[in-house]
Ligand binder design. Structure first.
Ligand code: SER
Length: 325
């Protein structure tokens, strides 16, 4: 990777990935794009930024040519809960954007990163330690686009030799940019509310386990996979990755170590609960460990400490820190 163009840069992953890549590869070598412009946003201020609608093939091709990029990272997509509210649009955007990214990469011989998700699994999937290769059949539109995307990426590699790589992300937790309408978002919201109000009403029910990962580990994983020796990659696309699996009571207990007064209560949203119930409890990331040394650094308590410290500073709300048990 020498010159990289990223789509969806103002989103939860994009905003942090853009910053990290600019530090590592030089600001002049990372082209940030998004469909929106947000005045004063650090991604826009920190280097080259272009407006790009990923549904516009010619525009995507034109920008990749203009900046002579060798790598494309395609992040622009709709998440699970928004996808259920707007299924047709989710299909059009997620598949249309992906097809354009694959075609541009084929045409210009680019290396391509495509994120998939735990949403690519469904109710028929083994729920505990879900294997890398197993039954998928998701029941959400987001999941349908993700599993279709995984297949398309494999197709473009096999048929055309496009060097497309990807992971199945679990819920991603971060303090810089909010996620845009997913099912795992409760695990981000809870930290904001813990600091602001010392209580949180969860839209995901007690006992619902989902895989999660802290954003620094997610960014490391993207870069590590893209830099990995291709001869070691047996899967190439859609690697299961995860750093932890927890249910709401466990994240609440972790927060209580730092904010003892914190209380969690529940008001379950049937749509997002239904989505969560169709996903695995925990996935097996051994293929990623074996093929490109995936090795996340943050467990739940370490993530909680970092989230609370950074959010405390961001929101200007101090919190009492207790020693970790
Ligand atoms: N975090 C995503 C969502 O909840 C899963 O990929 O939609």
């Amino acid at each position: 990777m020498k010159k990289i163009l990223i789509t969806g840069c103002l989103g939860q992953i994009g905003s942090e990935l853009t910053h990290r890549l600019r530090v590592m590869y030089g600001a002049e070598n990372v082209i940030a794009t998004d469909i929106r412009h947000i005045e004063g946003n650090p991604v826009i201020e920190g280097g080259t930024f272009e407006i790009l609608d990923v549904m516009d093939y010619e525009a995507m091709l034109g920008l990749c040519k203009k900046y002579e990029v060798d790598t494309l990272m395609h992040l622009a997509a709709l998440l699970s809960a928004v996808g259920e509210a707007k299924p047709k649009f989710a299909w059009d955007l997620n598949m249309g954007g992906l097809m354009n990214a694959l075609e541009v990469s084929r045409e210009l011989n680019l290396k391509l990163f495509i994120p998939s998700s735990i949403a690519a699994f469904g109710p028929g999937t083994p729920v505990d330690m879900t294997p890398q290769d197993t039954v998928q059949r998701p029941t959400t539109m987001y999941g349908v686009t993700k599993v279709s995307g995984e297949l398309l990426c494999d197709y473009y590699f096999t048929k055309y030799g496009v060097d497309v790589r990807g992971v199945r992300f679990p819920g991603l937790i971060s303090y810089k940019t909010l996620p845009g309408g997913g099912t795992t978002d409760y695990a981000v919201d809870i930290y904001y509310e813990a600091l602001k109000n010392k209580k949180y009403t969860s839209f995901i029910g007690k006992g619902t386990y989902m895989d999660m990962m802290y954003m620094p580990d997610a960014i490391d994983a993207i870069i590590q996979l893209m830099e990995a020796d291709p001869s070691r990659l047996k899967h190439r696309n859609a690697f299961n990755i995860t750093a932890m699996s927890f249910e709401p009571e466990q994240i609440a207990a972790s927060i209580k170590k730092f904010i003892p007064e914190f209380e969690i209560s529940y008001n379950v949203d049937p749509v997002r609960q239904g989505i969560a119930n169709s996903w695995p409890n925990s996935i097996d990331a051994s293929a990623a460990h074996e093929e490109w040394d995936f090795n996340p650094q943050y467990d739940l308590d370490r993530m909680t400490k970092d989230m609370l410290e950074n959010l405390s500073e961001k929101l200007g709300i101090p919190f009492r820190e207790l020693a970790l048990a």
